[in-house]
Design a protein around this ligand. Structure first.
Ligand code: TYM
Length: 323
């Protein structure tokens, strides 16, 4: 009886890290007792400052998720800002969150370390995320490894609220896939929009092939054997290739005598085949934006009902109601 929740920021189109780290899990878990998935536009507001772009990315994200196999009949799909209860809950949580807890969080810490000034929204980002999770009594949060710290912060915040006021919140757990918790980008670092090393799921096949052919490789002699797990091309290939092709490729690496150019071609072909159905479904949804808006409106109504119950519980527990 899992109660699942996760969110994705509409800061651009989804990349392989989002898909293999998180979205695959959303789809696998969508038949849970409760599955809530949302487009985190309030979080994206901390970085996307272009009104049209934020709105466009938000609708795109919904179409992308549905095209990839998220079924809005099974899971509740909605936009974060359509559930104002979460922002109210966020304030209640902020009131009891130690500064030090947030000062240790990566996004804020990294920005500070670079000598940049941060907005209060970035600082408070993990508390809004905690509100997202707690508002639906979620126990399972499918994410990539980079979000695990945020789930831990959520547990801390929920735990101290419960300690102060009684058992109000469910303590959630992160769910991370062993195989793709940290998908590498084209430069071998974690794939991330901010590193400019992403492969987009809905990329045009020709453009994606070009991108793949440009991936930098080492100058290993052709006949030398190589550990496939050390090579970003192999790691990416293993995400999109059929199991038998993947095993064959691993053998080729161990035997030596292959060229990176061939591996890249195979990677581009496998990627195209892997995402072909989703890409064509995505084109269909593109022509039906109003249907997607309806799906999001229905999702928001369901989400508000649940979040309203939990908000009420929290308000009563801390003396905001019942006088
Ligand atoms: P976001 O939008 O950065 O990423 C969405 C999901 O993709 C995962 N991910 C990856 N997984 C594996 N390898 C990678 N290279 C990779 N890059 C991204 C992320 O871990 C994430 O699961 N703060 C969240 C959004 C959010 C949220 C929430 C998530 C807001 N509220 C409540 C869970 C619960 C974020 O920025 O994800």
């Amino acid at each position: 009886h899992m109660r699942v929740l996760s969110g994705i920021q509409p800061t651009g189109r989804p990349h392989w890290g989002n898909y293999f780290g998180a979205i695959v899990q959303y789809i696998a878990l969508q038949d849970a007792e409760q599955a809530y998935y949302f487009i985190a536009n309030l979080h994206a507001l901390t970085t996307v400052r272009d009104k049209q772009l934020l709105a466009q990315y938000s609708l795109d994200a919904a179409m992308d998720l549905i095209a990839l196999g998220l079924d809005p009949q099974q899971a509740v799909l909605f936009v974060q800002s359509d559930v104002p209860e979460v922002s109210e809950l966020c304030w209640i949580l902020l009131s009891g969150t130690p500064m030090g807890l947030l000062e240790r969080c990566h996004a804020y810490k990294d920005k500070k370390a670079k000598g940049l000034t941060a907005d209060a929204g970035l600082f408070a980002y993990p508390v809004l995320q905690a509100a997202d999770i707690l508002a639906y009594d979620s126990d399972t949060v499918p994410v990539g490894e980079d979000q695990v710290q945020h789930i831990e912060v959520c547990r801390d915040i929920a735990g101290s609220f419960n300690h102060q006021y009684g058992e109000v919140f469910v303590l959630p757990k992160a769910k991370v896939l062993d195989s793709s918790a940290r998908v590498p980008g084209t430069d071998g670092e974690k794939m991330s929009k901010s590193y400019n090393n992403t492969l987009a799921v809905f990329e045009d096949a020709k453009a994606q092939k070009k991108q793949i052919m440009r991936i930098a490789t080492d100058s290993r002699p052709m006949d030398e054997s190589k550990d496939p797990q050390d090579d970003v091309l192999y790691l990416l290939y293993s995400l999109v290739a059929a199991e038998s092709d993947r095993a064959e490729m691993a053998e080729l690496y161990q035997r030596g005598g292959f060229g990176y150019g061939d591996v890249k071609k195979k990677l581009a072909e496998a990627a195209e085949a892997f995402f072909a159905d989703a890409r064509s479904r995505r084109e269909d949804w593109q022509r039906r934006p109003d249907d997607v808006r309806d799906i999001l409106a229905a999702g928001a109504a369901k989400a508000r009902q649940k979040a309203g119950e939990v908000l009420n519980r929290a308000q009563e527990a801390c003396g905001l109601k019942g006088f």
